[in-house]
Write a protein that binds this ligand. Structure first.
Ligand code: 26Q
Length: 825
């Protein structure tokens, strides 16, 4: 686990080489004679890691000395992807490393791609956390991330015979980016019971949670470098192990070896694996254990740091802002209340006001099936004291509501944290709202829906100011400069350098060049080169040739019915049927297309897996159809992840963001695609709406029903006669007749539309979807107009940087300020 101690600040190519070689020969104990790409990666990573450690230590010392208010971002997911390229960019010595590696006989791209992704997340929410860490460091905010150090990240996806197969992602073999802190260990309790007694000296009732099972949390720290700043923040990930070391020596000595090993494994299970569900609540005991383990360890750490300052408890919210990334860390609310009341002896009301002023809660969904609930009996068993505290929080809250709205008693049942079902359930989102001072959604439409649907009563109770919006963003460092260096450099050539990567609103100056012939040509060449790169990747991995001159139409994201990959593939089938009916001459006039899909289905999400199967089945038939040739290709890219997104995103002409209106909270890949010079087809949902406002509606292809009409349409499916779109009926007929093999296995997918109420409005939106794709075909035919749209759109994307989000959170929610990294050396 120790990879050498030196921390040399190389600044030249030769010094870099010396450092990398030293690490290869000593830290890795390998000879330079058999230095392969893996060793060259390790040497380079370790050399840059040394540089990061220096900045990291300085930053932490500086923050300790200045002791400003800090932000703690609690997220069960951090979808970081690769670290080396980002470290090189932020340290600022990538060119030197490139020359050094070339001396050693390596190409930078090959070395960078040796690194495995850190894939501790499912999708949007986890990647958002990673972008936020990048922005917080780049803007010099004193901020820490807290998460879990999963031994297995999101599974690796293989497609075998058209079906998804999950492979475990054991990613910790060689991870130079983490530092174990064996001295930072916290004992976490589960189960047990609560004993209450009267303290004679104070006359107060005291609760003691005892006789539980203890698991130890060990900290692993990951440095988070900022771009062009000395600030290097910290991401602290907790790993679980049995308390008291390897195994219980008492049990061991008394001959119970097996059970002592079993205890150890049980403890380690807590941080073993990331739950692979995205936007679905599946309440398993182990998941709740993960949540508490991580919340309790993080809060212990935060409180310990606060206590070092010797400030009064009432100062806590002036020193600490904790942001809850969805409801996953909601147990932090009763946990802080427990620490303040049971351990530190504060009065309930004083403690509660500290709690409320400390937390902010970000909501990422309004879909009922995704709202977290935990059963009361499970909480009673696992966290008996927390359940009592939750009941007390609820009692106080309901009494307040009753006093304030005496005439609206029916509201009490609606807003209670406890759902009176069988068994009773704790509604985590309500607890998060009640325990926070601000609640935000992640795009304007979504925040409106938050206010008018799931938290309607709470807006009445607390007033509208508690509920706000922070539209999501993405880091332009990774998603423009790293993923698309040529586009970044082209922009830099016009803007006099790369300053726009720190202030993305500067992109608006690009619009001046929209009619500049040379600029347009270069812009087009870059897009083409990125498509060639993706085409090569498709050829290398799947053996399918695609024409880079065709229109690349891409939908990559988690597979989910609400995201409607089924609408896309039904549209593709419709296109195929249309092409088949044409004469060869007619077919030649059609804009050739490559429809590209990618994304993982939750392993237990059967319908999502059916969608993957259908896409692959269609690809198999269409791609082999000689008559069709380049006019249509259908590709399913295996194992979509962050590093693949960096290749895919810059290569799109059109990308698809086609969720049923009102279901996608924001979306963030929509932003990545437009920033990289692609256009989008989308519904009026999530951030698509604000993207439209920014880039102009002539530069986006919107279609479909509006969120405000969804409820009525669903109602009509059941109570009026269901009308199946004619073109969609033809698609279903082809599927049923076995055009794509094995008709049986697609029955459920078809029936979800025809027989089960078409909950996601596929039929309602099909016609306008197909018509809009016709407009896209036409628009692509006149390349001049197309390029104008793309350049205009890029130049208007400045708003969607995660730097803007972080400044908004800092000002509206956290009340924190940047800390100059140079103040104390
Ligand atoms: C909940 C309970 C049990 C197990 C797992 C979960 C769980 C895990 C992950 C629930 C939800 C998630 C992830 C949600 C997510 O990624 N949401 C996305 O967040 C993005 C960032 O705000 C938005 O852009 C997307 O619209 C939203 O879907």
């Amino acid at each position: 686990e120790a990879y050498g101690q030196s921390a040399k600040e190389f600044t030249t190519k030769d010094e870099f080489e010396a450092e990398a070689v030293k690490h290869i020969e000593t830290t890795l104990a390998r000879s330079l004679f058999n230095c392969d790409e893996a060793a060259a990666y390790a040497g380079t990573a370790l050399a840059f890691r040394d540089r990061l450690i220096i900045e990291w230590n300085k930053t932490q010392q500086n923050q300790t000395f200045a002791n400003p208010k800090r932000v703690y971002y609690l997220s069960l997911e951090f979808l970081m992807g690769r670290a080396l390229d980002n470290a090189m960019l932020n340290v600022g010595l990538k060119d030197i490393a490139k020359e050094g590696l070339s001396d050693l006989g390596f190409r930078m791209e090959d070395i960078v791609s040796q690194e495995r992704d850190a894939a501790l997340g499912n999708g949007g929410l986890g990647r958002l956390a990673a972008c936020f860490l990048d922005s917080m460091a780049s803007l010099n905010y004193p901020a820490w991330g807290y998460g879990l150090r999963y031994k297995y990240g999101i599974f690796k996806q293989e497609i075998i015979d058209g079906y998804q197969v999950e492979i475990p992602d054991y990613w910790l073999d060689f991870n130079p980016w983490e530092f174990p802190r064996h001295d930072v260990a916290v004992d976490i309790q589960f189960y047990g019971n609560v004993r209450k007694y009267m303290d004679e000296s104070t006359g107060k009732q005291v609760s003691v949670w005892e006789n539980g099972e203890i698991v130890t949390a060990v900290a692993f720290d990951v440095p988070i470098p900022g771009y062009q700043t000395a600030t290097t923040n910290n991401l602290r990930l907790w790993s679980s192990k049995a308390s008291g070391g390897e195994f219980d020596f008492q049990k061991f000595n008394s001959g119970d070896y097996e059970s002592s090993v079993a205890d150890q494994q049980r403890a380690e299970t807590i941080s073993a694996v990331l739950y692979p569900n995205d936007n679905l609540d599946r309440g398993k005991e182990l998941r709740l254990k993960q949540q508490y383990f991580w919340c309790a360890a993080s809060l212990f750490d935060i409180v310990r740091r606060f206590k070092k300052s010797k400030k009064a408890w009432k100062e806590f919210p002036s020193q600490v802002a904790i942001q809850l990334n969805d409801t996953h860390p909601t147990l932090a609310i009763p946990e802080l209340q427990r620490i303040l009341v049971d351990i530190e002896g504060l009065e309930w009301d004083e403690a509660w006001s500290i709690v409320q002023n400390t937390f902010g809660y970000t909501n990422h969904t309004v879909m009922p099936e995704a709202l977290e609930k935990w059963s009361v009996p499970l909480l009673q068993y696992l966290l008996p004291r927390h359940l009592q505290i939750i009941y007390d929080i609820n009692l106080n809250f309901l009494q307040y509501v009753e006093r304030t709205f005496p005439k609206e008693r029916e509201m009490l049942g609606r807003v209670s944290i406890i759902e009176e079902s069988q068994p009773k359930m704790v509604r985590m989102a309500y607890l998060a709202v009640i325990g926070s001072h601000k609640v935000n959604g992640v795009a304007e439409l979504h925040s409106d829906l938050v206010r008018t649907t799931i938290f309607k009563d709470f807006v009445k109770i607390y007033g509208p100011d508690k509920f706000t919006n922070v539209t999501n963003g993405i880091t332009p460092r990774r998603w423009l400069h790293q993923a698309n260096p040529r586009l970044s450099d082209l922009i830099a050539s016009k803007l006099g350098g790369h300053d726009f990567l720190k202030d993305l609103t500067m992109l608006n100056q690009v619009e001046k060049y929209v009619d500049d012939k040379a600029f347009r040509k270069e812009f087009q060449e870059i897009k083409y080169a990125n498509k060639v790169r993706l085409a090569k990747y498709i050829k290398d991995t799947m053996g399918v040739s695609v024409n880079p001159a065709a229109l690349f139409d891409i939908q990559v994201k988690r597979i989910h019915e609400y995201k409607r990959q089924q609408l896309n593939i039904f549209g593709v089938i419709h296109r195929y049927l249309t092409l088949k009916k044409m004469s060869p001459e007619e077919r030649k006039k059609v804009t050739p297309r490559v429809s590209i899909f990618g994304g993982k289905a939750a392993p237990g999400y059967w319908q999502a897996k059916n969608i993957i199967h259908l896409i692959n089945a269609v690809g198999k038939v269409v791609n082999a159809d000689k008559e069709i040739g380049d006019a249509l290709k259908v590709i399913f890219l295996e194992d979509y992840n962050v590093s693949k997104a960096e290749i895919i995103t810059p290569a799109s002409d059109i990308s698809e963001h086609i969720s049923t209106a009102g279901t996608e909270a924001s979306g963030t890949s929509n932003m990545k695609f437009v920033l990289n010079g692609g256009l989008i087809i989308g519904t009026c949902d999530g951030a698509n709406i604000e993207i439209t406002r920014e880039i102009g509606e002539q530069n986006i292809f919107l279609f479909g029903n509006l969120a405000e009409d969804v409820e009525d349409l669903r109602h009509a499916h059941f109570y009026s006669e269901f009308h199946l779109d004619d073109d969609l009926a033809a698609v279903f007929k082809a599927i049923r007749e076995g055009m794509f093999g094995d008709a049986e296995s697609f029955t459920a997918l078809v029936n979800s539309v025809t027989d089960h109420g078409d909950y996601y409005l596929v039929s309602d939106d099909f016609h306008s979807y197909v018509e809009t794709h016709k407009l896209i075909d036409e628009a692509y035919q006149s390349q001049e107009e197309w390029v104008t749209k793309c350049i205009t759109a890029v130049s208007r994307m400045g708003f969607f940087t995660s730097d803007r989000c972080i400044d908004e959170y800092a000002e509206m929610i956290w009340n924190v300020e940047p800390l100059n990294p140079k103040v104390n050396g």
